[in-house]
Structures are given as structure tokens and as C-alpha cells.
Ligand binder design. Structure first.
Ligand SMILES: NC(=O)C1=CN([C@@H]2O[C@H](COP(=O)(O)OP(=O)(O)OC[C@H]3O[C@@H](n4cnc5c(N)ncnc54)[C@H](O)[C@@H]3O)[C@@H](O)[C@H]2O)C=CC1
Ligand SMILES: O=C([O-])CC(=O)C(=O)O
Length: 326
């Protein structure tokens, strides 16, 4: 048996938390041979509810669950931790864009970035889920100057999974036939799901659909899927978001399959002309616990304009939180 690793989940008493913790404890995220200690952080008024979640985790008798810490203190929550899933933040309601949450949520991530810097393992892998995820990840990263900026990522895996299913349905195939999907940019309505580099079986996805469907249906459906769920459920995606968080961390920790790739919001090194230092979603391959941006993909004029538009939005979000970026 391996030694246990520490996994911090913030917002652990919330709806994504409830769909996430049991799967982490079961081994779905880090593998069937990796024991975990869960470090659960939420705010003081949520401590009773969090204790209820802890009792339920205990009642599952998960063989891989080596310990549970519940706390409202970020310095305790991030102590010595190896993985952090930053979920704790306000969700949006009907009629809001995710960036409308910046004011409500941004301060959470500067506090947590500092706590990570002061307490966590220097090799920590951080996934930001709370919206607006890319800019919250940037705030977290900039407040943790002693940790490699590559260790801070934002979640666009849910968009990636949504896009895979939409093209599979359209082409009469299953998600198992779809590979090399890419979500470029921001986890927002400007994100760009790319069918030019995507494959369905051995075909290029764009060659199987017409441009009108691509622009008029596929792209808006993927971009607006979060809002459609809120409209239908009266609450934002929870189980699918938790599933995507598991997928993201599993790919990062255990590697991507063959020559396929996944979409991750990562620290831009200037690849594809994207401003260095933004947390931008790129196609990434993972191996040995590290990720790299897939290089050399064909970017036509259509793609380039979309990639620039979502970059522009991220630049504006960054400028709006300048006061939180040391
Ligand atoms: N990146 C993505 O693809 C997705 C992101 N989200 C985002 O995830 C976030 C969480 O969503 P839900 O779980 O549905 O919300 P929720 O409201 O059910 O749960 C949020 C939890 O965070 C806690 N919290 C608030 N401030 C905190 C702090 N400073 N420290 C620790 N915990 C804190 C709350 O007490 C609550 O328990 C939202 O911002 C939502 O927009 C949701 C779906 C997908
Ligand atoms: O749309 C929202 O506010 C929640 C979210 O990020 C998603 O479902 O993609």
C-alpha cells in the first residue's frame, strides 16, 4: 500500500462537494492503490453540515480513506497538502455571467493562495473550480509566489466533456470514438470548442458537419450549457462538475491516454500567441504528474479570431482584479 496523500477540498459542504468527496475517497481520482486524507474546508456557518458529510464518509467505510479533517481555517485546511480542489465560492443564478461573480468570489482566492503558499507541499497540484475559474486560479497563483505557477490550473474539463458528447450525438457515434477535443480560453461564454483538430474515429470532426451547424449550434450549445443547466435545474451543474474535477486531477496525476489530450486551464507560456501568465485553456498531455501544452496544431483564421476573443476577455478579467494580484 502506498503512503496516504493529502487532498484538500474547499466548499466541501456545498453541492459539488457532496458529489465529489465520495468519489475521491473511493479511489476514482488518484487510483485504487492510493490512500487519501481528506482535508475539508468550508466557512464557519457550514461546519454543522460539513460534519454531517464527514459522518457519511465514515459510514461508507472506504478502504482508501485514511483520515478526515474538517475546518474553517485555511491554514489548517491546506496544511502539508498535496492536492487542492478549490470549489468553495458562490455559484451564479439565472441571468448572470460567470464573471459577475468576480466581486463576490475573488477575495476568497487571494486568502487561499496565501494559505497554500504558507502551508501546502511545494509540489501541490491545484485545480480551481469556483467561478470565474480561470481568473480565480490566476489570483490564487499570484498570491502563492513560492510555488511553481504551473501547479495552478482551472477547470475546463466539463466544457471538454460536454463538447465530446455533442459531437458524438451529432455524428451518430459515442464519446469513445471522439478524441483530441480542445476547449481554448476561458471557462465562460467566450470559450472556443475546436472541431478542426478534433477526431471522430479517423475523420476530422469538422469534415463530418457543416459550418452552419458548427457556428450556429455546436459552439453556442457548449458555451451556454452551464446556463441551460441552471435554467432546467434551478441550480448550477454539480454531479457533472464533480465528475470533471475527478477527470482533470486523474489525467494530471496519472497521465493522459496514448496521443490523445485533454483541455486544462493552465499558465500560458506564450504558446499559440496567448499572453504569457494568463490561465488559459489549452490542449494538454500529461505524464509523470506533469502537463505540457500540445504544440503545432493548425490554427486557421476562424479559430484564431475565437482564440483571441476569449483571450481578450481573460485580459479584462485580470485587469478588473489587479488589486488582488501582488
Ligand atoms: N469550472 C466549472 O466548470 C464549474 C464551476 N462551478 C462553480 O463551483 C462553485 C461551487 O459550486 P456549488 O458547489 O454548486 O456551490 P454551493 O453554493 O453549493 O457550495 C459552495 C460552498 O462553498 C462554501 N464557501 C463559500 N466561501 C468559502 C470560503 N471562503 N472557503 C471555503 N468554502 C467556502 C459555501 O459555504 C458552500 O458550502 C461555484 O462558484 C460554481 O459557479 C460550478 C460548475 C462547474
Ligand atoms: O454555469 C455555471 O455557472 C456553472 C458552471 O460553470 C458550468 O456549469 O459550466
Amino acid at each position: 500500500m502506498k503512503a496516504p496523500v493529502r487532498v484538500t477540498v474547499t466548499g466541501a459542504a456545498g453541492q459539488i462537494g457532496y458529489a465529489l468527496l465520495f468519489r475521491i475517497a473511493s479511489g476514482a481520482m488518484l487510483g485504487d492503490d492510493q490512500p487519501v486524507i481528506l482535508q475539508l474546508l468550508d466557512i464557519t456557518p457550514a461546519m454543522d453540515a460539513l460534519n454531517g458529510v464527514k459522518m457519511e464518509l465514515e459510514d461508507c467505510a472506504f478502504p482508501l480513506l485514511s483520515g478526515i479533517v474538517c475546518t474553517d481555517d485555511p491554514n489548517v485546511g491546506f496544511k502539508d497538502t498535496d492536492y487542492a480542489l478549490l470549489v468553495g465560492a458562490r455559484p451564479r443564478g439565472p441571468g448572470m455571467e460567470r464573471k459577475d461573480l468576480l466581486e463576490a468570489n475573488a477575495a476568497i482566492f487571494s486568502v487561499q493562495g496565501k494559505a497554500i503558499n504558507d502551508n501546502a507541499s511545494k509540489d501541490i497540484k491545484v485545480l480551481v473550480v469556483g467561478n470565474p475559474a480561470n481568473t480565480n486560479a490566476l489570483i490564487t497563483q499570484r498570491n502563492a509566489p513560492d510555488i511553481d505557477p504551473r501547479n495552478f490550473t482551472a477547470m475546463t474539463r466539463l466544457d471538454h466533456n460536454r463538447a465530446k458528447t455533442q459531437i458524438a450525438i451529432k455524428t451518430g457515434k459515442t464519446v469513445n470514438d471522439v478524441s483530441k477535443m480542445t476547449i481554448w480560453g476561458n471557462h465562460s461564454a467566450t470559450q472556443y470548442p475546436d472541431l478542426f483538430n478534433c477526431k471522430v474515429g479517423s475523420d476530422t470532426a469538422i469534415s463530418l458537419v457543416d459550418q452552419e451547424w458548427y457556428e450556429g449550434e455546436f459552439i453556442p450549445v457548449v458555451q451556454q450549457r452551464g446556463a441551460a443547466i441552471i435554467k432546467a435545474r434551478g441550480a448550477s451543474s454539480a454531479a457533472s462538475a464533480a465528475n470533471a474535477a475527478i477527470d482533470h486531477m486523474r489525467s494530471w496525476a496519472l497521465g493522459t491516454e496514448g496521443d490523445d489530450w485533454v483541455s486544462m486551464g493552465v499558465y500560458s507560456d506564450g504558446s499559440y500567441g496567448i499572453t504569457e501568465g494568463l490561465i488559459y485553456s489549452f490542449p494538454c498531455r500529461c505524464k509523470g504528474g506533469d502537463w505540457e501544452i500540445v504544440q503545432g496544431l493548425e490554427i486557421g483564421e476562424f479559430s484564431e479570431a475565437k482564440m483571441k476573443a476569449t483571450e481578450q476577455e481573460l485580459t479584462e478579467e485580470r485587469d478588473a482584479v489587479q488589486h488582488l494580484l501582488p
